[in-house]
Design a protein around this ligand. Structure first.
Ligand code: TYM
Length: 338
């Protein structure tokens, strides 16, 4: 008989940039899956603050948002005693491995990343080297911990593919060193769209406040935003090509209620978009309520949050150091006894 105690759990890792309060897109595309996967896997989750500075950040705001994001991760139900919840900049091994992986990544590969192209166009006055090397640092985040799965939204899939290529290349050049990670992308919610332009991804940086819902929005604001969501003129709740607005609302509703698209179509047969929008807003409000309640309890407990962050960094470092030492030995660096 199999002895459960000896079965190795899968290692799961994912990070989020602390550049604003997370949106419903971040939550349904990533954070909600983090929480679900945290129950039976060996998980590391945290803040990608090194990635955040590839776009200019105001120092005091970045510090505040990082603290708040850490509190939010615990508020969605991640348990710092069972999983490792940490901040990337607290673990210097990320930068160290990131540099090494730069030397195993081709200029052409990094140039092909769509996020690099999009962000270069959006921040044309600051196309810095960090923006270009963003995916190799992300590869370092993942490979340092030998992650089996990486729960992300679909926009990060290309970075995951590059990470796999880098891992395979390094393993091939030396000997097996890195676990080759797989993306974990949910069926619904993998790409939550803007409520005002459902052909565009819901994004933290959208200047139109009605386009995105934040995890800390008040219930009445969430209701208003869904009521003003852009739909179409067919007035029939069904999932179909060309109905981007309704498809997006159905995907959000499906994530929050667990109902399939067929069940949703059946439940709203003969009903108008007004009823549907109200139901979607209510399901989101209910989904976020426990998170917001927990957040308001935790946010002022600075001593507790700082202790969790310090413990998380220490636990993460222990794992990261092992991989980095192995990599440095294989590459040929002179290693001295500490
Ligand atoms: P970030 O901070 O942009 O987003 C965090 C997570 O949210 C997902 N996401 C979405 N999912 C569905 N619909 C949306 N509209 C939406 N917007 C964002 C993202 O796919 C992501 O999973 N590069 C990463 C951070 C990172 C990372 C890593 C992730 C750094 N190192 C290592 C995984 C593993 C990023 O910018 O995420």
């Amino acid at each position: 008989m199999e002895n459960n105690a000896t079965v190795k759990k899968d290692r799961v890792l994912s990070l989020i940039q602390p550049t604003s309060v997370p949106t419903l897109g971040n939550y349904l595309g990533a954070l909600k899956n983090w929480k679900e996967m945290s129950e039976d896997n060996d998980c590391l989750f945290g803040l990608a603050d090194l990635h955040a500075i590839t776009v200019r950040q105001e120092p005091a705001k970045l510090r505040k948002l990082s603290y708040e994001m850490y509190a939010l991760l615990l508020s969605i139900g991640l348990d710092p005693d069972k999983n490792i919840i940490f901040t990337q900049s607290h673990v210097p091994e990320h930068s160290q491995l990131g540099w090494i992986l730069n030397c195993y990544t081709q200029f052409g590969e990094a140039s092909r990343m769509t996020q690099f192209k999009d962000k270069s166009a959006k921040h044309a006055d600051n196309v810095n080297v960090g923006l270009f090397a963003y995916p190799t640092l992300m590869a370092a985040d993942i490979l340092l911990y030998q992650a089996d799965y990486v729960p992300v939204g679909i926009d990060q899939k290309q970075h995951l593919e590059l990470t796999r290529d880098i891992a395979e290349r390094f393993n091939g050049a030396y000997s097996p060193t890195f676990t080759v990670p797989k993306p974990y992308i949910g069926k619904a919610g993998a790409k939550v769209m803007s409520l005002q332009d459902p052909t565009k991804k819901m994004s933290k940086s959208d200047p139109n406040p009605k386009a995105s819902v934040s995890l800390l929005d008040k219930p009445e604001d969430i209701m208003k935003k869904f009521k003003s969501a852009v739909t179409d003129s067919e007035a029939k709740v069904r999932y179909a090509e060309g109905k981007d607005g309704i498809n997006n609302l159905m995907s959000i509703y499906s994530c929050c209620t667990g109902l399939s698209y067929e069940e949703i179509e059946r439940d709203f047969d003969g009903k108008g978009y007004g009823d549907f929008k109200t139901a979607v807003a209510e399901s989101v409000i209910e989904e976020l309520r426990p998170i917001q309640d927990k957040y308001s309890q935790l946010i002022n407990d600075k001593a507790y949050l700082e202790q969790c962050a310090a413990d998380g960094a220490e636990k993460a470092r222990r794992i990261a150091r092992k991989t980095l030492d192995k990599v440095m030995r294989k590459v040929g660096f002179w290693q001295i006894k500490k």
